[in-house]
Design a protein around this ligand. Structure first.
Ligand code: SF4
Ligand code: SF4
Length: 166
């Protein structure tokens, strides 16, 4: 069973520097087969992860909404794209459309389910991006997400365990 959010946060505070050092080491000197190592660790992580018991990403972070996302979701909600943006979104410093509020307006706080699951932003469906090719390009994302996502925390922990056992 994956760590609870509370336990993960305590453990993260103790291990944050070591985890980030490990990711920086991988970034500077990626071992052969890094993507496959991540795929293997990812399988192990999801076997013990229940996102519906967590939903911390939807509660504390915002996805970016691409124009395609906005088009699809606003159509699903029978709103114009302009009305959708005006109601829920703002532009961040990078010029990306993001939520104005957290938790996300589409999260049902009673059961942690996404009310627009079938049409959710691509950023949400790909989160937490564990098996992206190339993983190396996502190290900065993992360094950030170990503080929010128990699954990413466990992924990095698992990869460290695997590296140390060799
Ligand atoms: S992806 Fe991570 S933060 Fe989001 S619900 Fe799953 S474990 Fe929690
Ligand atoms: S759109 Fe759905 S999956 Fe994405 S942050 Fe909101 S509630 Fe979570």
């Amino acid at each position: 069973m994956l760590l609870s959010l509370g336990k993960m946060k305590k453990k993260m505070l103790l291990n944050r520097s070591a985890f980030k050092r490990f990711l920086t080491k991988l970034e500077k000197n990626p071992p052969r087969g890094l993507d496959n190592m991540a795929v293997q660790a990812d399988k192990e992580v999801w076997a013990e992860t229940d996102c519906l018991a967590c939903a911390n990403c939807c509660k504390t972070m915002t996805p970016t909404f691409t124009n395609t996302d906005i088009k699809r979701i606003s159509a699903h909600l029978e709103m114009t794209e302009e009305a959708f943006k005006k109601k829920w979104l703002k532009k961040d410093r990078a010029g990306d459309w993001v939520n104005t509020r957290q938790p996300c307006q589409f999260l049902n706080l009673k059961d942690n389910k996404c009310s627009i699951y079938e049409v959710r932003p691509k950023d949400c469906s790909g989160f937490p991006h564990h098996t992206r090719r190339k993983m190396i390009d996502y190290m900065h994302v993992f360094k950030q997400n170990i503080e929010y996502c128990p699954a990413t925390f466990r992924l990095v922990e698992r990869m460290m365990e695997n590296a140390n056992s060799k």
